[in-house]
Design a protein around this ligand. Structure first.
Ligand code: XLS
Ligand code: NI
Ligand code: NI
Length: 430
């Protein structure tokens, strides 16, 4: 595989970008600076393509029987992949990069060895860590959860993994650390003390903040990643709004923001842009897990994003947020089982990157022409003057509003003409 280059929309080379042109300037920044793409280690280098009905199918030339050897092969393969793809960031769970072995101690030693190798590669290539996280869901000890476990010994192991994760983040110069709920939630409320479990999770997050400060890693942004279900029937960090009220309740908003995933939004019955809008309103849009779900399926299919319409609306929120640094756009996405060749890893990432590039450009045009801004200004114009501005400024109360209403009860509403607006929106996409 050669290095993937931008060749323009007319290119028929499948191993070329047709829209993602890293050096092209969009709204004052290059696409590369705006989008900050990241590869997810788990889906790209550890996933074997198996599903509940069949064994792994993925052809990968780093597979061997010796787990440590394989972990090293993966580091080699991954940095070759990042460089050839032209992606500057990557993300991983502790379990993705190093084998657990026989004990927690052995796991930590394996992690030290592998992260030394990763550090070397980072130094050689300039590729950076977007975020890392502790996988506190795949080990069988987490059967009742991790920080929400009914077993305090399990809580301790989970805390040790978080500590190690923060140490690794410091070692590799990570700017963000993700907490995705995993098994933090419940199957049965009848045997669950939800209040205690949520308080314990909050306690762990405070310990994480304290420890990051203690080791001089106080720049680290913690990111909570909402998801409504899967693996648990009910996940505690259901969606952006639920997660923000959790963070506020437990006084965690100073150091925590959200990592929002497109497919998690749709599982929660929201759109990706809805979740981003909620996060923005709390000044808590931290990073994005880019993928898409299948509206006909009810689980986290983690498909590569190819839906330009949805990505454009997400990019509108992204630009409203002034970009996403120090977060990024991480492809938390896996190739379909039928795309089992090595080269599919390139094709899938190219598809996702081109889709985001098109979404970014469409959203930039929407922003430059003030299409949605004007629409909203006009729609809410009644709050600019008169009684509306009294409501906004706090001058109005129930009595003044009542006397106003009695005099103005001949209310006139305006049509939204939403069909015409949606048709105009299509002009930005096609
Ligand atoms: C699972 C999550 C997970 C997080 C990282 O659904 O998306 O992959 O991003 O733990
Ligand atoms: Ni994710
Ligand atoms: Ni997910």
């Amino acid at each position: 595989m050669e290095k993937i280059k931008y060749e323009g929309a007319e290119s028929t080379n499948p191993f070329a970008f047709r829209y993602y042109n890293p050096e092209e300037v969009v709204l004052g920044k290059t696409m590369k600076e705006q989008l900050r793409f990241s590869v997810a280690y788990w889906h790209t280098f550890t996933n074997d393509g198996s599903d509940p009905f069949g064994k792994g199918v993925n052809q990968r030339d780093w597979l061997t029987d010796d787990p440590m050897e394989m972990a090293k092969n993966r580091v080699e393969a991954s940095f070759e992949f990042f460089e050839k793809l032209g992606v500057e960031y990557f993300c991983f769970h502790d379990m993705d990069v190093a084998p657990y072995g026989e004990s927690l101690e052995e796991f930590f030693a394996n992690l030290d060895m592998i992260t030394d190798l990763i550090q070397e590669k980072m130094d050689q290539t300039g590729i950076k860590l977007l975020w890392n996280t502790a996988d506190r869901h795949s080990n069988p000890i987490y059967v009742h959860g991790a920080a929400s476990s009914s077993n305090a010994d399990v809580y301790a192991v989970s805390a040790a993994q978080v500590k190690k994760g923060i140490d690794i983040s410091k070692k590799l110069g990570g700017k963000n650390f993700v907490f995705w709920g995993g098994r933090e939630g419940y199957e049965n409320l009848i045997n669950t003390n939800m209040k205690l479990e949520e308080e314990n999770i909050a306690r762990l997050y405070h310990m994480a903040i304290d420890y990051s400060n203690k080791i001089g890693h106080e720049e680290l942004v913690f990111l909570l990643e909402p998801k409504p279900k899967e693996p648990m029937k009910h996940q505690y960090d259901f969606d952006a709004a639920t997660s923000m009220s959790f963070l506020q309740k437990y006084d965690l908003t100073d150091r925590f923001k959200l990592n929002l995933e497109a497919n998690h939004a749709t599982l929660a019955g929201h759109s990706f842009e809805h979740e981003m809008n909620v996060a923005r309103n709390y000044n808590a849009l931290g990073s994005l897990d880019a993928n898409q779900g299948d509206m006909l399926l009810g689980w986290d299919t983690d498909e590569f994003p190819t839906d330009v319409y949805s990505v454009t609306l997400a990019m509108v929120e992204f630009l409203e947020n002034g970009g996403i640094e120090p977060g990024g756009i991480n492809f938390d996405a896996k190739v379909r089982r039928t795309s089992f060749e090595m080269q599919d890893l390139f094709l899938a990432h190219i598809a996702g990157m081109d889709t985001y590039a098109r979404g970014l450009k469409a959203a930039a045009k929407i922003k430059e022409t003030r299409f949605l801004d004007e629409l909203k200004e006009k729609r809410y114009a009644s709050y600019e003057t008169g009684i509306g501005s009294d409501i906004i400024s706090g001058k109005a109360d129930l009595e003044t509003l009542t006397s106003y209403a009695l005099e103005h009860n001949d209310v006139k509403n305006e049509s939204s003409h939403i069909e015409y607006i949606k048709s105009k929106l299509n002009d930005y996409l096609v």
